[in-house]
Design a binder for this molecule. Structure first.
Ligand SMILES: Nc1ncnc2c1ncn2[C@@H]1O[C@H](COP(=O)(O)OP(=O)(O)OP(=O)(O)O)[C@@H](O)[C@H]1O
Ligand SMILES: [Mg+2]
Length: 455
């Protein structure tokens, strides 16, 4: 697997020793470098692999370095290209800059390797969206839309405080990711980020998970145990799906927020805790309050700062960046050399509704990458349901009986494949949820998705 920071660079020079020396100098500082000894070889490589920067000599025997420059920029308009020119050939350097070269280095009999390294480093740093940090608004958070920028600004200004943050958004919009960003941008970052899903646990277990318990406090409590609040001491506790917290637990949570202390289940001994609380929900919490399912006083305590994460369909301008990032990420994970995506495929992705938001997009890109032979992703490579677009939602729901009848006569494997496909469609690509519905682990589901080539 390629490390995120490991940039891939193409060095083009017909003088073999020069090319090799430059490549070696760059490799020594950690870059992954390939060489091409002619323009033709360079063009060939640019068509096959994705590079983060190109260093090319202007004077090549077959075609000029300008051709390499053009090809590089056609592959990726933001790709930084550094041209090497002979001493005193300023015009050719100027021409190269006009064609979009990022910068040039004058070289005499030999190239100044320290200067080369420095120029490449700067190029990678300065290229828009070429380094991991610059594609990110916050740690791990990709986006450039005004909505996402606003959220990033808010996170940065509230993170240093200990204010409770409430994150509201549809499923897959990045609530947990933003919760982590709040933690990572806070002075608490060296301590634990502890997450707990309030919907997944029964009341008794939820309380013992949150507050811990003393030995013998309930049947089965063979020893005493720390709760998540204690683990998160000095750090951040993320309460996911907080709307589903049972009423009695809500009361206890409110107490903690008011007094900064907890009681383990079965104990009267208060324990001081210093925990920053971040809560998330995909429900309309205000409605839960109105309808009496959520305590109003707790609601006000939680929503000191409220972040609304928009559904992806409301910030489609982030799709390009997200797609780019996910292609890169899954290309590394699954060992596929993917150069890019056609404008048509990108259009298809941009116009899809994404009911499952960023998670659905991420899953769709992973599936596409897994089945792609490498090279450029085309519209036809995208998952069927994405290609079909909104038609998915317009299909009449099939009756359960009809489905069972239709299943008889097929192999168990085929039935399994169909069941998984339908479940994934119903959960809008949310694998966690699909696995839950199917009653299997996420890993098992993942293996089956690959095994059946589902996407
Ligand atoms: N802006 C973003 N940039 C990069 N990745 C993102 C972004 N938003 C979401 N993701 C990714 O999408 C996936 C879903 O995000 P996350 O789990 O945070 O969503 P969620 O709102 O908590 O969903 P749910 O309500 O279903 O739990 C994760 O893999 C996350 O890393
Ligand atoms: Mg979540």
């Amino acid at each position: 697997m390629k490390m995120a920071g490991q940039h891939k660079i193409l060095v083009v020079d017909d003088e073999v020793e020069h090319a090799d020396a430059a490549a070696e100098a760059l490799r020594r500082v950690g870059y992954h470098v390939e060489t091409a000894y002619s323009a033709a070889e360079a063009l060939n490589k640019l068509g096959k692999s994705r590079y983060d920067a190109v260093v090319t000599d202007m004077k090549l025997p077959d075609e000029s370095g300008l051709e390499v420059l053009r090809a590089a920029r056609a592959a990726r308009p933001a790709l930084p290209v550094i041209v090497l020119t002979g001493y005193g050939t300023v015009e050719s350097a100027v021409r190269a800059m006009k064609q979009g070269a990022l910068t040039y280095i004058e070289k005499g009999a030999s190239l100044n390797l320290a200067e080369l390294r420095e120029t490449v480093r700067k190029a990678l740093e300065g290229a828009p969206g070429s380094t991991a940090e610059e594609r990110q608004l916050l740690d791990g958070v990709i986006g450039e839309s005004p909505q996402m920028r606003r959220i990033a600004r808010l996170v940065k200004s509230v993170a240093p405080t200990s204010a409770t943050v409430l994150i509201i958004g549809e499923s897959g919009t990045g609530k947990e990711l933003i919760a982590q960003a709040v933690h990572k941008h806070s002075p608490r970052r060296e301590k634990q980020f502890v997450a707990l899903n309030c919907a997944a646990l029964s009341e008794g277990i939820l309380e013992s998970e949150l507050f811990g318990h003393e030995k013998g406090s309930f049947t089965g409590a063979a020893s005493s145990r720390k709760g998540r609040f204690e683990y998160a001491d000095g750090g951040t506790l993320f309460l996911d799906e907080v709307a589903d917290m049972p009423a009695s637990t809500q009361v206890k949570l409110l107490r903690v927020l008011e007094y900064g202390e907890i009681f383990r289940v079965g104990s009267n001994e208060p324990i001081k805790v210093d925990v920053r609380l971040v809560a998330a929900t995909n429900k309309e919490l205000e409605k839960e309050v109105r309808e009496g399912r959520f305590r109003e006083d707790l609601y006000f305590r939680l929503k000191v700062v409220t972040l609304y994460l928009p559904p992806l369909r409301e910030h489609r301008e982030d799709i390009d960046l997200l797609v780019d990032e996910f292609i890169r990420e899954f290309g590394c994970i699954h060992n596929k050399d993917i150069i890019g995506i056609t404008p048509q495929a990108l259009d298809t992705l941009r116009s899809y509704q994404w009911p499952g938001n960023v998670r659905e997009l991420r899953n769709a890109i992973e599936s596409t990458v897994v089945v792609s032979p490498g090279g450029i992703i085309e519209a036809a490579d995208l998952p069927d349901y994405v290609q079909r677009g909104t038609q998915l939602a317009l299909e009449a729901p099939k009756s359960a009986e009809g489905e069972t009848a239709a299943l008889s006569g097929m192999t168990l494997k085929e039935a399994e494949r169909r069941l998984i496909t339908t479940t994934l469609e119903n959960t809008r690509g949310n694998r966690e949820e699909a696995a839950k519905i199917l009653g299997i682990g996420e890993r098992t589901l993942y293996r089956k998705i690959n095994e059946y080539g589902l996407r």
